[in-house]
Design a protein around this ligand. Structure first.
Ligand SMILES: Cc1cc2nc3c(=O)[nH]c(=O)nc-3n(C[C@H](O)[C@H](O)[C@H](O)COP(=O)(O)OP(=O)(O)OC[C@H]3O[C@@H](n4cnc5c(N)ncnc54)[C@H](O)[C@@H]3O)c2cc1C
Length: 305
């Protein structure tokens, strides 16, 4: 089921047609407050009032012309400006291909550089999402350049990739901010763990290593997962290694396990919700269905009146 859903996420014919279907538009509302940034800002204000940090991501990936990246960057500059009027800054999380990584790496760097500068001016952060495996190396290179110039840039690492422990060792000297996720793409067994138990074990080991760097003030540690049991296991190991709980941020996606998130927040974990919005939601939504095939039933139920 996961493989089929991830194939559907990449299929251009479906990409064009599914977003026009009313039932699909109804179903996606579970994971995003709306297509407009105004909907995302309203959701952010509610979550901030409850003490949560917020990250914004406008859905989109793989541009066809580099000029499109200018509009994406301009949008994120507007989001950073909107931060000024709020009790805490909105952090932005971008897909490097949405800023042109596979067309012009230099232009992508220039956009990220400007966004990181703007983010610093409003006390915010710029995060780089991690996409499919062909983009891991160029995204790391982009991160290394940005981290050399800015102290407020984070990167996502994917625990399912066999290379991740090596990548972690490579970027730890940069005093990085790392959002560790399990990984959302369909990667072959030659480069990625495919069994959940293996992914979870790799996640735990990597997370504890990042947490130890955070304890010493050498990293920002964000656990990007809805796997609450895993978060608690990591916290137990990390606390035994002297990492205070307030160094273990938990980042979740809007609309998923919000109640569990509030419980973790009450237990002392800094809580962040990543709010996604925009009209290019199809591949992103299909990856959410692939993570939990029970969501397909929810989507199908939207066909009923
Ligand atoms: C803040 C954040 C940022 C992310 N950024 C990236 C990125 O840049 N690159 C990348 O490859 N991946 C990214 N991901 C996705 C990630 O790789 C996983 O695919 C996703 O988080 C599902 O795995 P899990 O850790 O929640 O654990 P799982 O073991 O999949 O899930 C644990 C439990 O959480 C619940 N759950 C998980 N997913 C869903 C869902 N879709 N719907 C409903 N319930 C669900 C279920 O109850 C499940 O039992 C991100 C995830 C988060 C939370």
């Amino acid at each position: 089921m996961r493989t089929i859903l991830l194939w559907m996420a990449r299929n251009p014919w479906l990409r064009q047609r599914v977003p026009r279907l009313a039932f699909a538009r109804r179903a996606v509302r579970r994971f995003m407050p709306g297509e407009d940034v105004a909907d995302a800002l309203a959701a952010a204000d509610r979550l901030m009032a409850a003490g949560q940090g917020i990250l914004f991501t406008r859905l989109g990936e793989n541009l066809t012309a580099i000029a499109e990246a200018d509009a994406v960057a301009a949008h994120y500059h507007d989001v950073l400006e909107a931060s000024r009027a709020r009790p805490r800054p909105i952090e932005v999380s971008v897909k490097p291909t949405q800023l042109g990584l596979d067309i012009d790496a230099e232009a992508t760097f220039a956009h990220c550089d400007a966004l990181a500068t703007h983010a610093a001016a409003v006390g915010s952060w710029l995060w780089l999402d991690m996409e499919g495996s062909p983009y891991v190396e160029p995204t790391l290179v982009l991160y290394e350049r940005l981290a050399a110039a800015h102290g407020n840039v984070g990167i996502c690492l994917q625990a399912y990739l066999r290379r991740t422990p090596v990548d972690l060792r490579r970027i730890l000297p940069l005093r990085p901010a790392i959002r560790l996720v399990k990984g959302a793409y369909d990667e072959p067994a030659s480069i990625a763990y495919r069994r959940k138990a293996d992914v979870d074990a790799a996640y735990q080991t990597t997370a504890v290593a990042i947490a130890e760097a955070a304890r010493d003030g050498n990293a920002r540690c964000a656990l990007g997962t809805h796997d609450v049991d895993l978060v608690r296991r990591i916290a137990t190991f990390a606390e035994a290694a002297g990492v205070p709980r307030d160094r273990l941020e938990v980042h979740m996606l809007y609309g998923i396990r919000a109640g569990e998130m509030r419980r973790l927040q009450a237990e002392g974990f800094p809580a962040f919700t990543l709010v996604a919005y925009g009209d290019f939601w199809y591949p992103w939504y299909m990856r959410r269905l692939a993570e939990r095939p029970a969501n397909v039933l929810f989507a199908l139920r939207q066909i009923l009146p």
